[in-house]
Design a binder for this molecule. Structure first.
Ligand SMILES: Cc1cc2nc3c(=O)[nH]c(=O)nc-3n(C[C@H](O)[C@H](O)[C@H](O)COP(=O)(O)OP(=O)(O)OC[C@H]3O[C@@H](n4cnc5c(N)ncnc54)[C@H](O)[C@@H]3O)c2cc1C
Length: 509
């Protein structure tokens, strides 16, 4: 069996480890820390990540324990407006759930598969395919790997060992952060941004009684004084119009923001994922989400390649697909930072009025919600995608986009195989029989009859009788053909599974 070494047991490493284990790939996961983190950096879990959690069968617990934020309120002096979230997903909200709990959830799942994190083990470089590890007691170990994945955060030792530059720069804004309990009339299930000349103050609810997180920007050279309570109370009093009295501070920190990424996420048998490969401002709550989605993108590909079901070239699509997403996230979060900066200056009032008008449009609300929730993620075409040339309405789902959790996909998506949906006809019986005979371990083939409960998925795909759609194990649409041509599908599957395409006689065309 291939030896897979995952460095770092943050959300990225843990998600990757559990997804590989779920596919029967054994792994070794190490972390230099002796214990999981107890403080929470990230708070917001976006809809797309929850959809992945649904696929992993672990969405219920965080949804029951977290807070569902369905709108964002923007205040400036005595004026305000609300942006309701309009996400086309089962999960039309941002789930407030501390990162430490997300990590605990993934650790529980890892343990379910009989694996645990090797703590107190530091990655210290590699030579050829041998990783150099150092244990807490000082003992060193050389470990031969077949595949190495650096999920070891912004200061990644794996990235350093690869000599990959972390291209980008510091954004030039400092943030202070505090988890508090407070007396305030603010609701406990919405997000708030208070814009003022002193700088923005963001407030999120925390999942405990009267719990809130404060995030405020400050000049670069600033550091939190000793009297933390007075310091944060002054920020609140200066920047918001709604009363808020801090009762206690559970945790506080400060950080500067960077915008950096690597030019590749794969070098041979070594991968980078999560913060090890891309970092940006936390504005918009995208970091943990983008990182977990890296893991989801890589896991099935690596598993299929290790199991020799797919060609190694499939792994090149990991860097291609995920770098594109990281690049967009870096750009968009930088725009949010610019907006926050402008909101502080002379043009702040004008910008506020402009945004108030702009975001009152339902279309804009939907667009913003789509971006924020990461349901807009769409992968670029590669040879592992196929879309027929027929005219497809701009409103229907396309290759590269995610498949929403509509019936019957919502019930089938926990399977780790590709799914082929054949819409409205049973005339491809031979094709289905051939797939069931030859590819049962990689594909499930499903006939979607036209009935009331399948109306939504028919509509979403603009499907007609004979439309064929293939969904990848990570929920993205790999193949779409309005009028089924089984020969085309067969060619696609032969390429995907690296087969000679002249050895089969199950051609229905
Ligand atoms: C204040 C703050 C607020 C944030 N808020 C949000 C938010 O609301 N939403 C959001 O999506 N994101 C947010 N983020 C970003 C989010 O926290 C990160 O994107 C996320 O933690 C990345 O996960 P990761 O697993 O890639 O890296 P990390 O969480 O950094 O985990 C890396 C792991 O690798 C281990 N490690 C490091 N080096 C080694 C080594 N040499 N050997 C072995 N182990 C090693 C570390 O101990 C650590 O456990 C926030 C970040 C900050 C700082």
């Amino acid at each position: 069996m291939a030896k897979v070494l995952i460095v770092g047991a943050g959300p990225t490493g843990l998600a990757l480890a559990t997804e590989l284990m779920a596919r029967g790939i054994s792994i070794r996961i190490i972390d230099e820390n002796e214990a999981p983190s107890t403080t929470s950096k990230a708070l917001g879990i976006q809809a797309r990540t929850l959809e992945h959690f649904h696929q992993m069968g672990i969405a219920k617990e965080p949804i029951a324990d977290g807070i569902q934020v369905e709108s964002i309120n923007i205040h400036r002096q005595t004026d305000s407006f609300t942006i309701p979230l309009a996400i086309d997903s089962l999960f039309n909200f941002i789930l407030i759930y501390p990162q430490s709990k997300t990590e605990a959830l993934l650790i529980k799942r890892l343990e379910f598969f009989g694996q645990s994190v090797e703590r107190g083990t530091r990655f210290d470089g590699f030579t050829n395919k041998t990783a150099h590890l150092i244990h807490t007691n000082g003992a060193s170990e050389d470990y031969e790997f077949d595949w190495l994945i650096g999920c070891d955060g912004a200061h990644s030792a794996v990235r350093h060992a690869l000599n990959l530059p972390f291209q980008g720069h510091e954004i030039g804004q400092n943030f202070v952060i505090a988890d508090i309990t407070a007396k305030t009339p603010l609701t406990h299930d919405e997000a708030f941004a208070f814009l003022s000349h002193q700088g923005p103050l963001l407030i999120l609810p925390l999942p405990y009684e009267r719990g809130y997180r404060l995030i405020a920007s400050l000049p670069l050279d600033f550091s939190i004084p000793e009297d933390v309570m007075t310091f944060f109370q002054n920020i609140v009093t200066d920047r918001m119009v709604v009363p808020l009295t801090i009762e206690s501070i559970q945790w506080n920190s400060q950080f500067s923001t960077h915008r950096r990424m690597t030019r590749s996420m794969r070098v041979g048998h070594v991968f980078l994922a999560g913060d090890a490969s891309h970092i940006h401002s936390p504005a918009g709550g995208q970091g943990l989400n983008t990182s977990i989605q890296d893991a989801f993108n890589l896991a099935w590909k690596l598993a299929f390649v290790i199991q020799k079901k797919c060609p190694e070239a499939l792994l090149d699509t990991y860097s291609k697909e995920r770098r594109l997403i990281a690049k967009k996230v870096l750009f968009e979060t930088t725009q949010v930072m610019r907006f926050l900066k402008i909101s502080q200056g002379k043009l702040g009032g004008l910008l506020f009025k402009f945004l108030k008008i702009l975001t009152s449009s339902e279309k804009i609300q939907r667009l913003l919600s789509k971006k924020l929730s990461e349901t807009a993620v769409m992968y670029p075409k590669s040879s592992f995608f196929y879309e027929s040339r027929e005219h497809i309405s701009s409103k229907t789902l396309k290759v590269g986009q995610r498949c929403p959790l509509l019936f019957p996909y919502n019930e089938l998506c926990q399977d780790h195989r590709f799914i082929i949906f054949i819409f409205g006809t049973n005339k491809y019986e031979d094709l289905i029989a051939s797939i069931e005979k030859n590819d049962a371990d990689t594909i499930q083939c499903v006939l979607v009859e036209h009935e009331v409960k399948t109306e939504a998925i028919f509509h979403a795909f603009g499907a007609k009788e004979g439309t064929i759609v293939v969904i990848r194990p990570d929920g993205y649409i790999a193949y779409r053909q309005k009028k089924g041509q089984p020969l085309q599908l067969k060619l696609f599957l032969d390429h995907l599974f690296n087969r000679d395409n002249d050895n089969d006689d199950d051609d229905n065309s």
